[in-house]
Design a protein around this ligand. Structure first.
Ligand code: SER
Length: 585
């Protein structure tokens, strides 16, 4: 069965069981500062798991694009992926354990045709926070799983929470027996010898873990499930690794044809990181030195390094991207629409990286020679930091290059220096922020409101991807940076200007409301999010036109702004454009 068939079967099955199919949220959480990327299907649904009403009802299903980067350095082995797709179904205070288990069992055995003998399940063993989950175990028995294949484990295995605080509860996991011989007589689903592979996780969210570590009962009991598409595809096809399925195999094959020196780990890294980068770029991510941008940069740079290792000419990248889009476009039609942007961003970043490598190489060689002279096999933190700061060498690349010559790196010292550096720049930006506030007056306040109008107008004219990347206001002008891959046309600029002036002419009221971040998200507000869950934020609404989380202040009516004119549109950095605009009476 191909991945697309598994996905369709899943969504249809749950649709037929009363679930509404909702679209995947973007990989880059729109209003969630607490995580860099969407890492699970439940993440965009947190407000609803906490009790807010979902417009589509109490039974939902979807496929969710996910990126998990904590294991990025493991990619290259036979199973780790950064990007993956999670199929999920949710009950928001609707069904609970019995129906959830019954549906999972039916889907696995009837729809996917997995023989019952191949299935084992695990349930929560109980501890001081919550009782043993015998209810779920009974449901499995009733469904048809024999008692000897129902296992009980503690919180490490059978409890699910995203992060430190939030909705959580005992879970039940389903395992597929690959048929490989048991590694020992004690071999169980919790063993990672490869005999048992986890295929689905149903979380019974009954609790909320508070900041101080207490478990409080939720008002509403929910079910949150997650099934990894790539893994299921691999198992149903009887393949050893996800790289042997139709999702990756053609790229693996192509790399093998192009490589002058073959190395399966490098081919997996290239294949995996290329796919992940394409997905991140499609959802609006661009390489940079911080947060999300840095993860993307790391993916592209690591991929380029491994192409080098395979001795594949980097000019092959465009062809590899084309092939990858062709493989994946049935699953993700948005890739086709972004074909050119994806190529442009990846190739630009690769070029930058190649320059960086060339510049830093001498410095790196010096460091190696120095270490050799001193009879050391470790590159010190100072050197790694210098390579990072002056030459843009990411530490993991230094580590990679060092390893090739039999050297290690002193990461602990590097981390220390890096933290100090971050602290300094944080203090710097706080200073700047204070300066900005001191300058607040009628003119800057008007520019601030104009910035909101501009942001929205850009999204109308260019599309949702045109998101704020930066803003700077003086009494003379506004400056606004936003993600967009190419120069704007004269017509587009004119349209944006017209839309903003129209809203000014409508003299829309600007109102402010305080709410929690979850409420702000649910109300559809956009913005730059530096707040944490539960914190109160201000949401500024401009008539029926725009809604953004923002500290303010703003004018009370758009009529106060005067005439809006764009003075300049230029590139700010890779994939980011900059507009300078003025208001006149
Ligand atoms: N949230 C759970 C997981 O990520 C189930 O969807 O595994």
């Amino acid at each position: 069965m191909k991945a697309i068939e598994i996905r369709n079967k899943y969504l249809n099955f749950f649709k037929n069981h009363g679930h509404k199919v909702i679209p995947s949220a973007p990989l880059i959480p729109e209003n969630d500062p607490s995580v860099l990327f969407t890492t699970a299907g439940m993440q965009p649904l947190v407000p609803y798991l906490l009790g807010e009403k979902h417009p589509e009802g109490t039974r939902l299903t979807d496929y969710q694009k996910c990126l998990r980067t904590n294991d990025i350095d493991e990619v290259g082995d036979n199973r780790h992926l950064t990007y993956f797709e999670m199929l999920g179904n949710w009950s928001l205070g609707d069904y609970f354990k019995e129906e959830s288990v019954a549906m999972s069992f039916e889907f696995l055995t009837k729809e996917l045709g997995i023989p019952v003998e191949k299935l084992s399940v695990t349930c929560f063993a109980g501890d001081e926070d919550a009782p043993k989950d015998t209810v779920t175990a009974e449901c499995w028995k009733k469904a048809g799983i024999p008692e000897e294949r129902i296992y009980f484990y503690g919180k490490d295995d059978n409890w699910w929470i995203a992060g430190e605080e939030g909705p959580c509860g005992p879970d039940t996991e389903m395992f597929y027996d690959t048929g490989k011989p048991a590694c020992s007589p004690e071999c169980q689903p919790s063993c990672d010898c490869g005999k048992y592979v986890e295929i689905w996780n149903n979380v019974f969210m009954e609790y909320y873990k508070t900041k101080d570590g207490k478990y409080e009962k939720l008002k509403q009991y929910n079910v949150d499930t997650g099934l990894g598409l790539e893994r299921m595809t691999m198992l149903l096809q009887g393949k050893e690794t996800p790289f042997d399925t139709e999702l990756f195999a053609p790229i693996m094959q192509k790399l093998s044809e192009l490589a002058k020196v073959d190395n399966i780990e490098s081919r997996r890294i290239v294949t995996e990181h290329l796919r992940a980068s394409m997905m991140v770029i499609t959802d609006g991510g661009r390489p940079s030195n911080v947060d999300r941008g840095y993860v993307l940069r790391k993916l592209i740079r690591r991929m380029s390094r491994h192409l080098n290792k395979l001795q594949i000419d980097l000019s092959e990248l465009a062809g590899l991207i084309d092939l990858n889009i062709d493989i994946l476009k049935e699953l993700y039609p948005e890739l086709e629409k972004n074909r050119e942007v994806i190529k442009q961003v990846i190739i630009e970043e690769k070029d930058k990286f190649m320059k960086t490598l060339a510049h830093g190489e001498k410095e790196f060689e010096k460091a190696i020679n120095k270490a050799k002279q001193e009879n050391k096999n470790v590159i010190d933190g100072q050197t790694i930091f210098k390579l990072y700061e002056t030459y843009g060498f990411p530490p993991e690349i230094t580590a990679d290059l060092a390893a090739e010559q039999g050297f290690k790196i002193d990461n602990t010292e590097f981390e220390k220096l890096f933290k100090e550096h971050q602290e300094k720049s944080r203090m710097g930006s706080e200073q700047k922020f204070k300066g900005g506030l001191a300058e607040q007056n009628e003119k800057t306040i008007a520019y601030h409101t104009a910035t909101h109008l501009l942001h929205k107008a850009l999204q109308i004219v260019l599309g949702e991807h045109a998101k704020q990347k930066g803003s700077n206001i003086t009494t003379e002008r506004l400056r606004f940076d936003f993600s967009h891959p190419e120069k704007m046309t004269k017509e587009q600029l004119q349209k944006v200007e017209d839309i903003v002036n129209e809203q000014i002419a409508r003299d829309l009221p600007v109102t402010c409301e305080e709410m929690t971040l979850e409420e702000a998200k649910a109300s559809g507000a956009t913005g730059l999010f530096e707040n944490k869950y539960g914190e109160k934020v201000k949401v500024y609404t401009i008539g029926d036109f725009s809604k953004e989380i923002c500290g303010g202040p703003h004018v009370s009516h758009t009529g106060e702004l005067g005439h809006f004119k764009i003075k300049k549109e230029e590139s700010s950095s890779a994939g980011v454009r900059r507009i300078k605009a003025v208001l006149s009476d």
